[in-house]
Design a protein around this ligand. Structure first.
Ligand code: DAT
Length: 175
């Protein structure tokens, strides 16, 4: 059963972080739609506004212009009630997020998801290592403080519903 909440009531901003492929977009979009938050996908924001600073040839990906991104979403963040989806977190001012969820996935599961995306060998290796060494969890804990960061596992389809329930309960608990 889908819980219903007072949409106007959520004024904090929430960050969903984790290695590419762990399920950030899946969770963030669903969380936003269930409790009436605004979903902001940083990669989509960059694409829509062409907010790049060049090309990383090793990773075969565009380098984001962080200043442009922060300026673009800053006004929405000020209003509150946003769910932001991005793999990294230390570009964001600490004051933006009271609550950060870091999704984690076992590396064999993650490997298959990234392979399906067609990532090249270097990109695969970097992302799997990033997950093994829990780099983004540590980054989030260091940047936002251990009490603001919640680690959740996203291996199986059933995890998604469980995680959403934990996320919603935590958000309600903070208000
Ligand atoms: P991200 O936004 O972190 O890159 P995603 O939401 O696009 O990840 O998910 C990557 C793929 O994995 C996508 O096909 C959905 C699937 N997926 C995500 N979370 C899952 C889970 N807990 N169980 C099974 N599949 C999942």
């Amino acid at each position: 059963k889908i819980p219903t909440y007072d949409v106007q009531a959520v004024s904090i901003n929430i960050l969903i972080s984790g290695t590419p492929g762990v399920g950030k977009s899946t969770h963030a979009a669903e969380l936003a739609s269930r409790i009436g938050l605004k979903y902001i996908n940083i990669n989509d924001t960059a694409k829509e506004g062409d907010m790049y600073d060049g090309w990383d040839s090793e990773l075969e990906s565009k380098i984001l212009n962080e200043d442009m991104i922060l300026e673009e979403i800053g006004l929405l963040i000020k209003k509150g009630g946003c769910v932001v989806d991005y793999h990294s977190c230390d570009l964001f001012p600490k004051s933006w997020f009271k609550l950060v969820f870091v999704l984690r996935t076992d590396n064999t599961v993650l490997y298959d998801r990234l392979k399906e995306r067609g990532y090249n060998e270097v990109k695969m290796k970097n992302n799997i290592e990033c997950e093994i060494f829990q780099e983004l969890l540590e980054e989030a804990r260091e940047h936002f403080g251990i009490d603001s960061v919640i680690e959740l596992f996203s291996n199986y389809v059933d995890d998604i519903e469980k995680n959403l329930e934990i996320m919603i309960a935590t958000i309600k608990g903070l208000k």
